[in-house]
Design a protein around this ligand. Sequence first.
Ligand code: ZN
Length: 148
Amino acid sequence: MDWRSHAIIGAVLAAVVLYFLHANLITISILSIFAAFSALLPDIDHSMSKIRVITDRAIVIFALLYGYNSCNPSCQTLEFLKTALLLIGIYFLAITFLKPRHRGITHSLLFTVLYGAFLYAFFDLNLAIAGVIGYGSHLLADRQIKLI
Ligand SMILES: [Zn+2]
């Protein structure tokens, strides 16, 4: 199944559930977009997936912003780039050497629950619901529902 189908299924399922939970239209719209994003996450273990392309690019922007932000006003350009390059290097080493096999642990109920717990702990219940629905819809669409 391609990334668009996963995103649409996740967004529609989240919108339906949030509607029945009496969320308002703006909340449903925003959280459905988040659910669409969450529906792409399980394929982070595939090097050609849409979410990998997005994260591979986003980490560069994040690292440059983080490096710039963590640099005090008197720092030199090289110090700023050193931090950014270090973060980019750590990301690519981790994603290259720690990446699980495709449709492995990222396509499990364990990861779905961990993702929901993370969202609930750091954000709120509606976001966690949308995230779990999006993530879980990917597993359903792939027909890859494993415990671990
Ligand atoms: Zn998948």
